[in-house]
Ligand binder design. Sequence first.
Ligand code: SF4
Ligand code: SF4
Length: 75
Amino acid sequence: MGRQAGVLFEVNDDRCFGCAACVALCPVNALTLEGLLAIVHEPSCTHCEHCIPACPVHALSLVGDEKTYLFEVLA
Ligand code: SF4
Ligand code: SF4
């Protein structure tokens, strides 16, 4: 699956409490745990959304990245 244009995968660090559910689910190992916070290596993330429903505190999301979007539309 290709990455979605104009969006970035984001971990809400106010919500994440480090349960690691998302880390275990990611098929491309884009997520790691640093202390009690999930960290995404965004360039590795395929935007598959597989991990998003697994987070009990809704800390994971794909968010619009206007600059990336404009770049890809105008390129
Ligand atoms: S969206 Fe997919 S590739 Fe990205 S971190 Fe979640 S499971 Fe991994
Ligand atoms: S599933 Fe949610 S709370 Fe658990 S480590 Fe991932 S982002 Fe943090």
